[in-house]
Design a protein around this ligand. Structure first.
Ligand code: LLP
Length: 418
């Protein structure tokens, strides 16, 4: 987490002390570094310089408008999975002509909206979806640019919940049947076949599964070319992992170098859909210790952040570093379970963490910039956290903390006479 560093024992985001952010905006609060986001995006963009390519940031990883805007200003494209994400991209100043629309269950009105906005491409995941897109485009009297998400049946070697490129997963069109779908699409009136895509999983720490997937896709591309079906772009999805604790994933530069080698002599436009590798290490979640309590041999630190604010530890057993915002000189470290106020045994952000704690201490949950706030819920009627973006020595509130009124908006009592 390059942009989060200690200075005189105090953790900073860029030039701003995180303690100051907690005082000003309260806790729990997500804090992002603009510079970290930009550098992660530019790692991709620079590795692709000189090649016809587009980096479509996966909006699902962190869809805050300020985050999208920072990336849009650098020329990023976007990978969306809903009309809601499209709306966010448009409001953040993103270019619809650089948007790819993924996901297995696109609704007719979402397809309509995307066609009206003029997106780059629909990543189609089934035969039935192809028919739906063709029909909606027909109603509007336009042609929909389409790509097919091919499921190459490779093992991404990652957590089963975030592995998507195996036959048994719900995603994509099985590689054996993809040829037939392409043939059918080629003669449909309201679609334009422009691409092929795949996304085999998330938090991959090796390049080899990506290269295996490309090998399989290239075989299919050659068969299509022989039949006169010309593909313009190849979209390799997202999935590159990050370091949460001791993982050593390849950098975007190393990953892309190997991809380009594998594709040498092929002139497809290349698209990537990175989410985590752009946003994860550009953010932390700040939380405060409320109480310390001992139960048998166990030491619990009850913090004000909970599974509703950051669900990855509870949902996937994911490990995220938890570090003090101010280093304490006196006292000694003990092993703590960091648990939230939600009424579930599974409500923890970290277990057995060696920390020197006192009530009132601030902690930073690291690598929380991706799949953090976006997966937050209001469980236990807890308002979702605030989001702050640091830019050099300035901290900007980019999403207000929710209020109880926000949470109950739209709810109604039954009429008194009922
Ligand atoms: N493209 C598609 C079609 C995807 O399904 C995903 C992520 C991405 C791109 C971006 O993948 P990334 O570069 O972020 O790995 N909530 C989970 C991760 C779910 C990923 C879902 N798909 C987590 O917190 O680990």
């Amino acid at each position: 987490m390059d942009n989060f560093e200690y200075r005189n024992g105090r953790l900073h985001a860029e030039e701003v002390a995180l303690g100051r952010i907690a005082d000003e905006f309260g806790t729990p609060t997500y804090v992002y570094s603009r510079d970290a986001l930009e550098r992660a995006y530019l790692d991709y963009a620079q590795a692709l310089e000189g090649r016809d390519a587009l980096v479509c940031y996966a909006v699902k990883a962190n869809s805050n408008l300020a985050v999208l805007n920072v990336l849009a200003r650098l020329g990023a494209g976007f990978d969306i999975v809903s009309a809601g994400e499209l709306e966010r991209v448009l409001r953040a100043g993103g270019d619809p002509a650089k948007v790819v629309f993924s996901g297995v269950g696109k609704q007719p009105d979402e397809i309509r909206r995307a066609l009206q906005a003029g997106i780059l491409c629909f990543n189609i995941e089934s035969d039935a979806e192809l028919d739906r897109v063709n029909a909606v485009a027909g109603e509007l009297g336009v042609k929909a640019p389409v790509s097919f998400r091919v499921n190459p049946d490779v093992d991404a070697g990652t957590h089963p919940y975030i592995s998507t490129g195996l036959k048994e997963n719900k995603f994509g069109i099985a590689i054996e049947t993809a040829l037939d779908v392409y043939r059918r699409a080629a003669v449909l009136e309201h679609v334009d076949v422009v691409g092929m895509d795949c996304h085999i999983g998330s938090q991959l720490t090796e390049v080899s599964p990506f290269l295996d997937a490309i090998d399989r896709l290239l075989g299919l591309l050659d068969t299509l070319a022989a039949e006169g079906i010309r593909i313009h772009h190849l979209d390799l999805g997202g999935g590159l992992g990050v370091c949460y604790t001791d993982e050593t994933p390849p950098t975007p530069g190393e990953y892309i170098e190997q991809v380009l080698q594998k594709l040498s002599g092929r002139d497809y436009k290349l698209i990537f859909e990175p989410g985590r590798s752009i946003a994860a290490n550009a953010g932390v979640m700040l939380t405060r210790v409320e109480f310390l309590k001992q139960s048998g041999d166990k030491h619990f630190a009850i913090i004000d952040g909970a599974m509703n604010d950051l669900i990855r530890p509870s949902l996937y057993g994911a490990y995220q570093e938890i570090i003090p915002v101010e280093v304490r000189e006196e006292g000694e470290a003990k092993s703590w379970d960091l648990v939230g106020p939600v009424c579930e045994t599974g409500d923890f952000l970290g277990k057995d963490r060696l920390l020197n704690l006192q009530p009132g201490d601030l902690l930073a949950v690291c690598s929380a910039g991706a799949y953090g706030f976006v997966m937050a819920s209001n469980y236990n009627t807890r308002p979702r956290p605030a989001e702050v973006m640091v830019d050099d020595n300035q901290a900007y509130l980019v999403r207000e903390r929710e209020t109880l009124n926000d949470l109950m908006r739209g709810e109604q009592l039954l009429p008194t006479q009922a």
